[in-house]
Design a protein around this ligand. Structure first.
Ligand code: NAD
Ligand code: ZN
Length: 350
């Protein structure tokens, strides 16, 4: 089958690789109908955090498709079922999964499809993928729901929603979102469900800030000066009540802490692949702020958010700018990374 494989910094290729098979009785093999390129794939693409996957490994953790083959113990699914799958691989029954922290699953060694947090699992930017613990991991997609509406439940929509939820937004709050990439834009859509009075979007890429405006956010361009100062000026000198960090670098994390008001909340979902980084600890301490950060336990959110998408309260497909054949994956990575051709979200179809 064809797959997008990793070969070094800035070098992913479309290659022929072996087809996955059912190995364990609880596995399914999914024939992929749609996959996508995520900001987290870019950390790997940039070589951040060392070698996260090996040369030749299949990339991708945002995918969905149709059950093509299944093991003898799979009870909930049949051949032909359309399913979505979260980005992290978990068993559903170890202590951590039972604590609703499936990203910490000890059975799979904190595996992620096509990437690494703990263990590496075969990725989904491919024609097929092996999904273990299928009864737990897979979520059935209603027939009338399109791939583009469903796929982001497995990662960036759940992540954006968690970021907003962890911010503890109250009606009337001023909320700022750092990053108007796919995750930040879906965090903005999600934040709107909590009734903020004002929403700000911080980025430097004009066409992304334009879409943020369409989602009801007031743009704050990093090129016009320190974002914390700009946000204070826009909020009567006090700073936003809640800051959502959706970038994943030391600089925006620092800026988020500098921007939030005293006693406010910083909620961060940007991935920090380096083992440590600096942050303004003294300012955070004396501001009395609350901080929540971490990887998204997307499996917990797929089922509850699905009806919100069906009802049109969340419109994840509105961030899609490009749809291309899987074989064009390397170009998809390049334009998403370099923010060329007004790319926001790139979809790949096998
Ligand atoms: P992206 O790279 O397209 O978006 C990042 C955006 O941040 C870009 O538009 C960029 O211009 C902007 N930016 C850069 N520096 C900034 C700054 N100082 N202030 C404000 N904006 C700045 O990627 P994405 O797909 O939106 O992903 C965003 C982050 O979310 C990544 O770190 C990704 O790994 C992470 N992520 C986390 C989880 C999770 O489980 N926590 C899941 C998915 C993605
Ligand atoms: Zn992702």
């Amino acid at each position: 089958m064809k797959a997008i494989t990793f070969h070094g910094v800035g070098d992913v290729r479309t290659q022929d690789v072996a087809d996955p098979n059912v190995v364990d009785a609880t596995d399914v093999v999914v024939r992929i109908t749609t996959s996508a390129v995520c900001g987290s794939d870019l950390h790997q693409y940039h070589g951040r955090g060392g070698a996260l996957v090996q040369t030749g490994a299949t990339m991708g953790h945002e995918f969905m498709g149709v059950v093509e083959d299944l093991g003898a113990e799979v009870r909930q699914f049949r051949r032909g079922d359309r399913v979505i799958v979260p980005f992290s691989v978990s068993c559903g029954s170890c202590e951590w999964c039972r604590r609703r922290l499936p990203t910490q699953c000890t059975t799979t060694g904190r595996a992620v499809f096509g990437g690494r947090f703990g263990h590496v699992w075969g990725g989904g930017q491919a024609e097929r993928v092996r999904v273990p613990f299928a009864d737990y991991l897979c979520e059935r997609v209603p027939a009338e729901m399109s791939d583009n509406d469903a796929i982001f439940l497995g990662d960036i929509l759940s992540t954006g929603y968690v970021c907003a939820e962890n911010g503890g937004i109250r009606p009337g709050d001023a909320v700022a979102v750092f990053g108007a990439g796919p995750v930040g834009l879906l965090a903005m859509q999600s934040a709107q469900l909590f009734g903020p009075a004002r929403l700000f979007a911080v980025d430097r890429v004009d066409y992304r800030l334009k879409l943020a405006e369409a989602f009801g956010a007031q743009p704050v361009n990093l090129e016009r000066g320190d974002p914390a100062e700009q946000l204070r000026a826009l909020t009567g000198g006090r700073g936003p009540d809640v800051v959502l960090e959706c970038v994943g670098h030391e600089t925006p994390f620092t800026q988020a802490i500098q921007a939030v008001r005293a006693g406010g909340t910083v909620s961060s979902v940007g991935v920090y692949v380096e083992s440590s980084m600096g942050f303004p600890a003294r300012e955070a301490f004396f501001k009395d702020l609350s901080l929540k950060m971490g990887i998204c336990n997307a499996r917990n959110y797929m089922s509850p958010l699905l009806p919100l998408v069906q009802a049109g309260k969340l419109r994840p497909a509105s961030i899609i700018t490009h749809t291309m054949p899987l074989s064009d994956g390397p170009r998809g990575y390049a334009i998403f990374d370099r923010k060329e051709d007004r790319a926001i979200k790139v979809m790949l179809r096998p």
